[in-house]
Design a protein around this ligand. Structure first.
Ligand SMILES: *[C@@H]1O[C@H](CO)[C@@H](O)[C@H](O)[C@H]1NC(C)=O
Ligand SMILES: *[C@@H]1O[C@H](CO)[C@@H](O)[C@H](O)[C@H]1NC(C)=O
Ligand SMILES: *[C@@H]1O[C@H](CO)[C@@H](O)[C@H](O)[C@H]1NC(C)=O
Ligand SMILES: *[C@@H]1O[C@H](CO)[C@@H](O)[C@H](O)[C@H]1NC(C)=O
Ligand SMILES: *[C@@H]1O[C@H](CO)[C@@H](O)[C@H](O)[C@H]1NC(C)=O
Ligand SMILES: *[C@@H]1O[C@H](CO)[C@@H](O)[C@H](O)[C@H]1NC(C)=O
Ligand SMILES: *[C@@H]1O[C@H](CO)[C@@H](O)[C@H](O)[C@H]1NC(C)=O
Ligand SMILES: *[C@@H]1O[C@H](CO)[C@@H](O)[C@H](O)[C@H]1NC(C)=O
Ligand SMILES: *[C@@H]1O[C@H](CO)[C@@H](O)[C@H](O)[C@H]1NC(C)=O
Ligand SMILES: *[C@@H]1O[C@H](CO)[C@@H](O)[C@H](O)[C@H]1NC(C)=O
Ligand SMILES: *[C@@H]1O[C@H](CO)[C@@H](O)[C@H](O)[C@H]1NC(C)=O
Ligand SMILES: *[C@@H]1O[C@H](CO)[C@@H](O)[C@H](O)[C@H]1NC(C)=O
Length: 305
């Protein structure tokens, strides 16, 4: 019974902490990249032309998300770079492993940006855009066939950094905006913006622009949704508190009970050692029992008139 109590308590705590996590984990973001790649590859015609940007058609629930793909020859990518979809890639970008063609997949998360990415203490002011490079299927260097997974390429930049230009966003005038670089390993890096409101990046990944959030004012009027959240937390806290109290009470009760039992046992043992009286069982406890009155009471100071 005690175990059950503790178990449910621990489980509640787990549930509680799970609820606290609101951002997407790395694997979700990774599989989002994979999803975009799949839809982009399926949007390519059977004989795609190199150097032509193709838009991917995505499922209904990604209405505001834009994904496009371009197939490039490795040699021309090395000698001319690429300037598509807001990403300026200079010449002399080396890609490994050595595929003769590579597929560049660009994405713009639109109004789902803050659903997938949130930076603690910052607000996104531009959509999250990104790109990933893969070795093309049906090109020399490809080991498998159409069912084998695509190979993500490692890029090494020998000709300077990549510049990212953001579509449709308005920069706040306080000049505190920063570039946010979301690395593939789940870490976020903040960098300065260029004078042309672009971001300088060194590798493939996802990027956005953030401004610092003002520190929260305690007890300031909250938005309705936040209030609801808060209310939920209060209920949660209360439930946990009550459970905790019950648990405490139960434990104290058990301890007191064990102590009392020990005491009674000890007393019984003492009693058994030098038992001058007969004992009888009354209920669960042993009670001394005198079979007869041993000394007849004699009235002292007998008054004899
Ligand atoms: C691809 O999408 C962009 C923006 O949504 C649009 O401007 C462009 O015309 C589209 N290209 C094609 C080939 O449909
Ligand atoms: C959209 O639907 C796909 C499955 O069709 C699902 O994997 C994805 O998580 C959904 N995205 C959103 C934002 O609901
Ligand atoms: C994003 O915008 C589309 C229309 O462009 C809308 O249907 C969808 O509900 C929006 N999603 C969110 C999460 O705001
Ligand atoms: C890249 O293309 C954009 C237009 O798509 C153009 O405005 C910009 O000047 C180009 N950048 C370079 C370095 O050529
Ligand atoms: C790409 O880089 C990662 C880590 O930076 C490394 O583990 C991997 O072996 C590299 N792949 C190739 C083909 O160079
Ligand atoms: C990559 O392949 C091309 C042609 O297939 C070749 O010219 C080049 O030397 C190769 N590079 C490396 C590093 O293997
Ligand atoms: C966010 O700000 C709060 C207080 O301003 C601070 O305690 C917290 O550590 C910050 N979080 C991060 C991830 O920087
Ligand atoms: C693969 O490439 C060959 C020529 O290099 C071409 O004939 C064939 O159609 C291509 N297949 C696909 C699926 O692109
Ligand atoms: C594709 O490759 C996988 C193993 O990499 C193999 O099992 C499968 O039969 C191949 N499919 C075709 C159509 O060649
Ligand atoms: C994540 O990747 C970036 C760049 O690749 C690197 O600078 C950073 O140290 C990595 N962080 C962790 C925790 O691996
Ligand atoms: C997930 O991202 C966090 C940082 O947000 C990082 O510390 C952790 O190592 C990442 N996990 C994996 C499996 O990449
Ligand atoms: C970023 O900008 C701030 C001023 O806005 C400056 O103090 C800082 O040195 C800059 N950092 C880099 C790496 O240029």
């Amino acid at each position: 019974m005690l175990m059950g109590f503790i178990l449910s308590f621990v489980m509640l705590c787990c549930l509680c902490s799970l609820k606290g996590i609101h951002c997407m984990d790395n694997s979700t973001l990774r599989s989002l990249d994979d999803l975009f790649l799949e839809y982009a590859e399926n949007s390519l015609p059977t004989r795609p032309r190199t150097g032509v940007l193709y838009n991917a058609s995505l499922p209904q629930n990604f209405t505001d998300v834009k994904v496009s793909i371009i197939r490039l020859r490795r040699d021309s990518f090395w000698s001319k770079g690429a300037n598509y979809s807001g990403f300026y890639m200079p010449p002399k970008i080396f890609s490994m492993p050595n595929f003769t063609r590579l597929d560049m997949v660009y994405s713009n998360l639109g109004n789902l940006s803050s659903y997938y990415y949130n930076v603690p203490n910052y607000t996104l002011v531009a959509p999250v855009v990104g790109f990933n490079a893969y070795g093309s299927r049906n090109s020399t260097g490809q080991i498998g066939n159409l069912t084998t997974p695509m190979t993500r390429l490692n890029l090494t930049l020998f000709g300077g950094p990549i510049l990212v230009q953001f579509p449709d966003f308005s920069l706040p005038q306080n000049g505190k905006a920063k570039c946010a670089v979301f690395h593939l390993n789940g870490t976020v890096e903040m960098t300065n913006m260029t004078l042309q409101n672009m971001c300088i990046v060194q590798d493939q990944g996802h990027f956005s622009i953030v401004v610092p959030q003002p520190p929260p004012v305690p007890w300031a009027p909250k938005k309705k949704k936040e209030r609801e959240e808060l209310w939920k937390w209060w209920v949660f806290g209360f439930a946990i508190g009550v459970l905790g109290l019950l648990l405490c009470g139960f434990i104290i009760f058990m301890i007191v009970r064990v102590f009392r039992m020990r005491k009674i046992e000890k007393m019984e043992k003492e009693a058994e050692k030098n038992e001058p009286l007969d004992a009888t069982n009354v209920g669960q406890s042993r009670m001394p029992l005198a079979s007869a009155v041993r000394t007849q009471p004699i009235i002292e100071n007998d008054y004899h008139p």
